[in-house]
Design a protein around this ligand. Structure first.
Ligand code: NAI
Length: 379
């Protein structure tokens, strides 16, 4: 018998509602798939408003200590407390646990209206670097003393000519950061039998950052996965190729079936994962995970939706599908398939939450709780 501990954070706003719907679905899928021989052991950790109410802190040390030793975690959305001096709790956790890969699978669910003719051709998993590039960006405002100093340094020491009135920014990208992200993407593609990994970059313009990402990515493929990867144009297991970011956006719309796993830097990944999710009409269902070398934190990609919190209107689908990703990652693939299948059935039955009802012709609107019950019944 395998029991895996999953630490969970309910989250703020709609968090408790979507949790109440999601967790029974995951437990039921485990039960159905393994009849009690494998199970999840849920351990709650406090963060956000609930933590503040109980402990006076938004991110208690006990939560951080538990996560430091954890492998599996799942969280609802956390609001960023308003006021000076508060860092986003999400960013704090991502940095503290070095969750360097933000992974988002994007596919179409039958019945959901999409802005494109063939949304079903999209089946991609985006690996977005989560710690460098603009996330580690250093910026100085136009006219500030810091900007002036930096521009003077560039001119005097490096002979680089920058307009003295410019705002300036630095985006650092390292070999270590780029390689570990690409390594993860290739490992995933090989394990899942995916046919390609595409390195998406803007290396034609930003040669020492984005261009270096491309070069380091190919280095990983050639040096560490020689038996697994081939380059474009060759026959083999996982094809590693690259596309310039702007061309990739065209490809996503015109030939999405030619792309499977995407490995990219922080800013490109931000754009591409949202654009793809919108392409399949699935922003409200998009799941995700932020992963480091030990901890994987699965989470809904939406926020706390304060205007509908407590009104039984939220769509729990994103958290439920994030849970399916967790099951896959933990080696419970049969349970994960049950969860995804049940979401598909619920959408086909066209009894859905308000956000989806507007995207599914002829749909009947139900609340968060009822939608969760329909998915649960489908297991
Ligand atoms: P949001 O995702 O909470 O809301 C955007 C829109 O989508 C709203 O109209 C909302 O009602 C709707 N929506 C979101 N999730 C939904 C669901 N499950 N079912 C139905 N409708 C849904 O984004 P917003 O308003 O920018 O942020 C609100 C708060 O959430 C902020 O404090 C922000 O910092 C936080 N946030 C947290 C995230 C996280 O914990 N990963 C991610 C994004 C935002």
């Amino acid at each position: 018998m395998t029991q895996r501990t999953v630490y969970f954070i309910e989250g703020d706003g709609i968090g408790p509602e979507v949790w109440a719907s999601a967790r029974p679905v995951l437990d039921a899928a485990m039960d159905k798939a393994y009849g009690g021989s494998n199970s999840l052991d849920w351990v709650e950790l406090l963060a956000g408003e609930k933590a503040f109410a109980e402990t006076g802190e938004y991110l208690p040390q006990t939560t951080m200590d538990a996560l430091a030793k954890a492998e599996l975690a799942m969280k609802g959305p956390l609001g960023t407390p308003v006021g000076k001096g508060f860092r986003s709790l999400n960013v704090t956790m991502r940095q503290a646990f070095d969750l360097y890969a933000c992974i988002r699978p994007v596919r179409h669910f039958a019945g959901i209206e999409s802005p494109v003719k063939h949304p079903e051709r999209v089946d991609m998993v985006v690996f977005r670097e989560n710690t460098e590039d603009v996330y580690a960006g250093i910026e100085y405002a136009s006219g500030s003393a810091e900007a002036k100093k930096l521009i003077a340094f560039l001119r005097d020491e490096l002979g680089a000519d920058v307009d003295p009135s410019a705002g300036v920014g630095i985006k650092p990208m390292t070999e270590k950061g780029s390689k570990r992200l690409v390594r993860r993407a290739i490992e995933f593609a090989a394990r899942e039998g995916r046919e390609s990994v595409t390195l998406v970059h803007k290396g034609n313009i930003m040669k020492t950052t984005e261009g270096a990402f491309r070069a380091w990515g190919y280095e990983v493929a050639e040096q560490e996965f020689a038996g697994t990867c081939v380059m474009e144009g060759e026959e083999g297991k996982v094809v590693v190729k690259d596309r310039i970011a702007d061309a990739m956006f065209q490809e996503c719309l015109m030939r999405p079936e030619q792309y499977s796993v995407v490995a990219t830097s922080n800013l490109n990944g931000d754009y591409i994962s949202d654009a793809l999710a919108a392409q399949v009409g699935g922003l409200g269902l998009a799941p995700g995970v932020n992963m480091g070398d030990t901890l994987a934190m699965f989470e809904a990609t939406h926020g706390t939706a304060p205007t509908i919190a407590g009104k039984d209107m939220a769509n729990p689908g994103s958290l439920i599908l994030s849970g399916a990703m967790l099951l896959d990652h933990a080696g419970f693939g049969e349970a994960a398939e049950l969860v995804r299948g049940s979401v598909e059935k619920a959408l086909a039955a066209r009894k859905v939450t308000v956000d989806l009802a507007s995207q599914i012709p002829g749909a009947q609107q139900v609340g968060c709780r009822e939608f969760g019950e329909i998915i649960l019944a489908g297991i």
